[in-house]
Design a binder for this molecule. Structure first.
Ligand code: NAG
Ligand code: NAG
Length: 481
């Protein structure tokens, strides 16, 4: 009868965990409230969300504003919102980017040795200088401010992100010229100093995309909305309208386009119905979430433009690997010795793919003739139960004892309810929504790698064990584990 004991225990743990989850959510909201930017002329807005690690008078270094100054250092940990804000309203009078080392950002000497951008903004009466300094994790910094530009206080000017960033680095390493298209407040992988050309555009304004898409041979459309504070509208804008905007720009302005690769999702097709019936590309899509529907409609938009824009659609399975913080959560839970698992009666199965394998697959699909007008799942062909995946992580982390407990599926709805309420109140999107809960409830997010293997010769190069190990090495190196 151990099965029943397990349920009994799990309900108690479910209560405790629910409490913890609610507390964590509350803390999250407190820590990360919607920022109200004061509009009085006196105040200065902090350039970053983070921890103040020193306040001092400027001595050793020449003052960037030409007179004595106070220096306030703010440390952004990987868990702070990686958004930088303009401290005062005024005009940018100085921007300098300097290459450097990547010491941990909390070390004070990082302030002078690390890669950094120095900016000075002036308004009548005074100047404020600030530096964005790269850290050990966030190695590249994004700054889109230009000399002479007029800025508003609180305006966002930098951020960080995942698949697109890894892809850009790989393409550059292969000797390609890479352009990245960023939205004004883009959450981008830190892209400075690696030789990509940056373009800013608004997907709802086709004109603004023209310059970026002219003369390009391949487009990888990795951007999208994985969360929405406005339900279907947010997903529709982020995944369908954006794709259509880009397609129109390509159709009208790109003379050389060879392939438009649309990065869709397993969510677009919906879950499989059993373990022995992995999703295939031929099956009819039955998305079950608003997110899934919007990714599906993004695909429809791509297929509709097929006579003008040659396309390939990629549906990655569950992606993990370097730079991803979402799938790192079970790694962190296991490292802490406490692992919640969703679902009491049945195991949940997933298809996984390591980000480097996904990127290799995307590149070969883009350049393969047979992939023209085609859709592919890219995945490790073997599905794993969530517990099996976690067991490999546990072994690789050398963790002897991990307390794993099952939670009933309904337990997600209570925290999701509070998150939804929070989203309504703050207008800030969060990943843990009813929509996400609906997806997490499913038993079989599994897909077949057969077509990609047959037509593209796609094979994963890194086993799940090795991919997990690489992820752990990266996470430890960056002090995320
Ligand atoms: C600040 O904003 C409020 C509300 O928009 C406005 O009434 C007020 O005049 C503004 N103050 C300044 C100094 O601009
Ligand atoms: C791709 O689709 C377009 C539009 O339907 C069609 O004109 C073209 O012949 C197709 N190419 C291939 C190789 O299927």
């Amino acid at each position: 009868m151990p099965y029943f004991i397990d349920i009994d225990l799990s309900i108690k743990f479910a209560m405790v965990l629910l409490g913890l989850v609610l507390l964590a959510i509350t803390l999250q909201f407190l820590r990360n409230p919607k920022r109200i930017i004061p509009n009085d002329s006196e105040s200065i807005v902090s350039v970053a969300d983070g921890r103040v690690i020193s306040v001092s008078e400027l001595k050793d270094e020449v003052s960037p504003i030409g007179e004595p100054a106070m220096v306030i250092a703010v440390f952004m940990s990987p868990f702070n919102a990686h958004v930088n804000r303009v401290p005062i309203e005024g005009q940018v009078i100085y921007v300098e980017h300097k290459a450097g080392t990547y010491l941990e950002a909390f070390k004070l000497e990082a302030g002078t040795l690390n890669e950094q951008t120095k900016i000075v903004i002036e308004k009548p009466g005074y100047k404020v200088a600030f530096k964005q300094i790269s850290g050990f994790v966030a190695r590249r910094i994004v700054c889109n401010l230009k000399i002479g530009e007029k800025v508003r206080k609180g305006q966002k000017f930098g951020a960080t992100g995942f698949i697109g960033g890894n892809l850009a680095i790989k393409l550059l390493a292969e000797g390609s010229q890479v352009r990245v298209l960023l939205r004004k407040n883009s959450a981008t992988e830190n892209l400075n100093g690696i030789g990509v050309k940056k373009f800013y555009g608004d997907y709802e304004n086709v004109e603004s995309l023209r310059e970026a898409v002219e003369d390009v041979d391949y487009i990888f459309h990795c951007a999208g909305a994985i969360k929405s504070a406005t339900g279907s509208l947010g997903y529709y804008k982020g995944n369908v309208v954006s794709t259509m905007g880009l397609l129109y720009a390509v159709a009208f302005d790109s003379k050389r386009i060879q392939r438009f690769v649309y990065v869709s999702s397993l969510s677009a097709s919906g879950p499989a119905i059993s373990l022995d019936r992995a999703l295939t590309e031929e099956a009819t899509c039955k998305p079950i979430s608003l997110y899934g529907m919007s990714k599906h409609d993004g695909e429809v938009a791509v297929r509709m433009m097929a006579d003008r824009v040659p396309f390939t659609i990629i549906r990655p399975s569950v992606v993990f690997g370097e730079r991803d913080l979402e799938m790192l959560k079970p790694f962190q839970a296991i490292a802490n010795g406490l692992l919640p698992v969703l679902g009491i009666k049945r195991e949940k199965y997933l298809s996984f793919i390591y980000v480097q394998d996904l990127i290799d697959g995307m590149i070969s699909a883009a350049t393969s003739i047979s992939a023209l007008n085609q859709t592919y799942y890219l995945t490790d062909p073997t599905p794993y139960s969530y517990r099996q995946f976690c067991e490999i992580i546990r072994k690789k982390l050398n963790k002897k004892f991990v307390l794993s407990f099952s939670l009933p599926e309904w337990s997600m709805y209570l925290p999701a309810f509070f998150v939804e309420l929070g989203m309504k109140l703050t207008g800030k999107a969060s990943i843990l929504s009813f929509d996400k809960a609906k997806e997490m409830k499913q038993d079989y997010w599994i897909c077949s790698a057969e077509k990609a293997k047959r037509e593209l010769g796609f094979q994963i190069k890194v086993s799940l064990e090795d991919a997990i190990e690489k992820t752990i090495v990266w996470a430890k190196l960056n002090k995320l584990l």
